[in-house]
Design a protein around this ligand. Structure first.
Ligand SMILES: Nc1ncnc2c1ncn2[C@@H]1O[C@H](COP(=O)(O)OP(=O)(O)OP(=O)(O)O)[C@@H](O)[C@H]1O
Length: 589
């Protein structure tokens, strides 16, 4: 994800911008709650003072005040968390909408390259991490700042010497905390990275299990998982060694006991010298003991902050990725026919990467069949994917019906071109709706006609619920060839004038192959077809064959003429025939 390098990663506060008002409100409520709790302690001190002065009269006023303020502190604290959770839900929805909106405008190539798993993780887990941070930590942060400040002000008003003593304990705690946190940013990054690697290794181990266990009983992937776990253990151990003592020491210093000991000791000494009255001492003991403790969440939240920062980084990376430029809506250019033209096209995947296509020029006239052939890595798939703008060309242009694809509205481009790639995807919906995709108004008769043409009708009607059978990941089990024919039915129903096709070779059993060939020839009828071709018959019958080698278009023409040239095509062809011969001899043996 290189684009994000140009822009600095925003702070957590900047990411919260849309809900900053709500978070401020939640923090204010939390701060008020801390003030009310302190007030309750003061009221308690007042009631004990009143009791000491006259033990016969019940100090109901201060006690009532203490009870009221305690209740208020609780209500405000609850309200603060309520508000922060609302803000977090709002932020979560906003971020997910922004991310999905942005993804919809990113080049398909980026989405494919990054991988659906990684993008889904950003949209689900990273946004969730931000939610947890906003919902659970922001009120605690407010308390961690407000409480010591208010307590200090109160202690100062009551007795400056005791105030300074309590603050000294707090200062010592902060100093030890800083010692504990020394180098922790780097450690936290290593810790989070090691944790993520364990997660990835677990997923790989589980996902690859069916493949791996048939080869090496899973030892290799288990080894990777084991190593990730060991690295994680080592990081945790060295972190523990590095900051364990100071971290535990800071927890002890910031707990109420040390402050209490200091205040009792100093207070007793002052009282013995008649320099402090009992009531003030009591008030200081009640209010000041918890002063340092309110800083503790700051320490425990550090880990959450580090994790959130990593999530923000990943969310930012996706949002900073530049969208595919779309022309202004008016005037709308429309292709004049179903021709496809490449003009001096150069293409590189990365700005500093090698050219994978160089000076590619050709024209596919309306209604013609063009086969793209060439050795592995020659650039055939890249040519096919540039037409639907998975990426934009680095130089030159691609025209459809005389219009540059970059000047077409995405909807107009989609109306012209249908794509059938090898990786079929079925949605968690009925088979009928999977065929209808993009054409919600299509009637059942039209769906059935398309399925018939795609040679899919028979196996669909043999399924338990026919066209209403659920497909998708948790749906009915379909073979690769059957899934392919459903996507072909989809393309037949859409009936777009240009067809870009990555021809399947994987489903080689004779029955499937025959059905697939029939389905494809129905789909291709009357269309301008550009296909990455693997099968003999389609290459032979193509109106033109484009031969690619190392990103260049090296030969073009019809089958017989190209064979006569005795160049790259002839070599590919004889390799192909040889392989067919081996396959046949293998089958006969
Ligand atoms: N997403 C990508 N990022 C970077 N380079 C890529 C990417 N996809 C393909 N390439 C490179 O571009 C070149 C052309 O690849 P392409 O997939 O277009 O070849 P192909 O002719 O379709 O090969 P095959 O028949 O093996 O599928 C190769 O060198 C490949 O390594």
């Amino acid at each position: 994800m290189p684009a994000s390098a140009a822009q600095p990663v925003p702070s957590a506060w900047a990411v919260m911008q849309p809900v900053q008002g709500r978070i401020r409100f939640a923090m204010a409520l939390s701060g008020l709650s801390a003030a009310a709790a302190l007030g309750a302690l003061c009221a308690l001190a007042w009631s004990v003072h009143a009791l000491l002065q006259s033990s016969v009269s019940w100090p109901w006023q201060p006690l009532l005040l203490a009870a009221g303020l305690t209740a208020l502190a609780f209500v405000l604290r609850l309200a603060a968390f309520n508000r922060s959770h609302h803000a977090a839900f709002h932020l979560e929805t906003l971020l997910r909408s922004r991310l999905s909106e942005h993804l919809a405008h990113l080049p398909l190539g980026y989405v494919q390259q990054t991988g659906s798993g990684a993008l889904a993780k950003v949209m689900m887990e990273d946004v969730k991490a931000l939610h947890v941070f906003v919902a659970d930590s922001t009120p605690l942060y407010a308390r961690a700042y407000v409480s010591p400040l208010l307590t200090f002000a109160l202690l100062l008003w009551l007795d400056w010497r005791l105030a300074l003593a309590a603050t000294a304990v707090l200062g010592l705690g902060v100093a030890v905390v800083s010692l504990a946190l020394r180098g922790s940013a780097d450690m936290m990054r290593r810790y989070n990275e090691a944790g993520e690697n364990v997660g990835k290794a677990v997923v790989e181990y589980v996902q690859a299990m069916p493949v791996v266990r048939t080869f090496d009983t899973g030892t290799a992937t288990f080894g990777r998982y084991q190593r990730a776990l060991e690295t994680y253990r080592d990081v945790v151990k060295s972190w523990y060694r590095m900051s364990g003592t100071s971290s535990r020491l800071s927890q002890i210093i910031l707990s109420p006991l040390p402050t209490l000991v200091v205040l009792v000791w100093l207070g007793a000494w002052l009282t013995s010298r008649d320099a402090l009255d009992a009531a003030t001492w009591l008030a200081v003991l009640l209010a000041g003991t918890g002063m340092a403790e309110s800083l503790l969440p700051m320490v425990s939240l550090r880990h959450l902050v580090g994790k959130t920062q990593m999530s923000i980084h990943r969310i930012h990376e996706v949002l900073a990725e530049p969208v595919l430029p779309v022309p202004a809506a008016i005037p709308t250019k429309m292709p004049r026919d179903a021709s496809v033209r490449f003009e001096q096209v150069n293409f590189r995947y990365m700005a500093d990467g090698p050219l994978v296509l160089q000076g590619v020029s050709f024209e596919a006239p309306p209604g013609s069949i063009t086969a793209l052939v060439g050795p592995s890595g020659a650039g055939k798939t890249t040519v096919a994917r540039l037409i639907p703008r998975f990426w934009d060309v680095s130089a030159g242009c691609i025209q459809i019906g005389g219009v540059d694809v970059r000047e077409l509205q995405p909807a107009a481009l989609m109306q012209q071109v249908a794509f059938v790639f090898q990786d079929t995807f079925l949605f968690a919906d009925t088979i009928a709706n999977n065929i209808r995709l993009g054409l919600a108004g299509a009637t059942m008769d039209e769906v059935i006609a398309a399925a018939r043409a795609a040679q899919a009708h028979e196996f669909i009607t043999a399924l338990p619920q026919g066209y209403d059978t659920p497909a998708g990941e948790r749906g009915v089990f379909l073979s690769g060839g059957q899934r392919q024919r459903i996507t072909i039915a989809r393309a037949i129903l859409q009936s777009r004038p240009i067809l870009v096709l990555d021809e399947a070779t994987a489903f080689a059993d004779p029955e499937n192959e025959a059905a697939l060939v029939a389905a494809l020839s129905n789909l291709m009828r009357g269309k301008t077809v550009l296909m990455v071709a693997h099968r003999l018959s389609t290459i032979r019958d193509a109106d033109q064959i484009l031969v690619f080698d190392q990103g260049r278009l090296v030969e073009r023409g019809r089958h017989e003429a190209l064979l006569a040239e005795r160049g790259v095509y002839e070599r590919l062809w004889s390799n192909y025939e040889q392989a067919q011969g081996w396959a046949l001899r293998g089958a006969q043996a």
